[in-house]
Design a protein around this ligand. Sequence first.
Ligand code: KG4
Ligand code: ZN
Length: 355
Amino acid sequence: MRVLGIETSCDENSVAVVEDGRHLLSNVIFSQVDLHKIYGGVVPEVAARSHIEVMLPTVQEALERAKLDWDGIDVISVANGPGLGGSLLIGTLTARTLAHIFNKPLYGVHHALGHVYANFIDWTVNGKRKIKNEKWREPKFPLLALIVSGGHSHLLLLKNHFDYRLLGQTQDDAVGEAFDKAAKILGLPYPGGPSVQSAAETGDPDKYLLPKAKLENKYDFSFSGLKTALLRQAQALHGKSYNFPSSGLPALLTVSEVHDLAASFQKTAVAMLVDKTMTAFEEFAPKTVVIAGGVAANTELRRQLKEGLPIAIYYAPISLCTDNGAMIASLGYYAATYKKPDNPLELDINPSLTL
Ligand code: KG4
Ligand code: ZN
């Protein structure tokens, strides 16, 4: 079964074709990062307008790269929530229209759950199915998933496809969002995750002791206090009070201060994720642990988890960790296997869809 997956929930316009949930036939990603860079974050209206411009060419290119026409597509899936309303609307209306015109079953799927399914793809790239990565193994249930991105921080226990329990989630900022805000405080470029990571490489992670949040549910997360603690530490370094605007800090901080602050921030943020993942591992004894979402690209997170867990962790290559159509197509395959299709005349978006 070949599924065409459409992802437009935030600032990536992506369409992919995946066969049987695992073989990647094409994965076209148009990232809007350069459009939003000058604003230091995603501007929803700019994102939606860009999605309109590139949507149909991206669909076309995904088919061309997969060497298929519409006869070769069995199912269409689309991330219809959660995300930015305007952005979700473009992908969802496109999927509905295509499903209607070409008479294909349509499935609206959950964007954050989609991140987990990047790990069900066998790492074949762009139709070259012979270069299968030998290290890839199909994830097994029960599966513990740490979903960490710019919009989500979830710890999810899956007993099977669509049979899961949300163990915990962030009570304020998502961890990727915290990385992005930390980068802004330190004067590092957007997106903040990769730039904090590279600044941290030459910094001392033990230079500043930043607090870890304690929450009632042991599996919930909170990152907003950590971001504020970073700000206070940076202000204090130069004798400034908490009234001093964060926008003035990058001009004051030395390069080595920025690197030490980035390293200390990263160490603490990652430790919070790792502590909870390890606790859940001990309690639920999953057969597979996957990290998913943009922050799964973080090398310190991978290192700490590798060190702490007795089993190998799963993570996808970076192009499948950040937002992409392939994960939506893979999840679409399982949706088509387990569920009834959505009505192409009715499928709605849900910007605040929960798990
Ligand atoms: O999954 P994604 O592309 O979009 C959302 O669904 O939000 O994740 C983007 C997020 C951004 O916040 C970005 O800063 C973060 O992932 N990110 C990283 C790294 N690479 C991307 N965070 C930490 N370390 C990284 N290497
Ligand atoms: Zn995402």
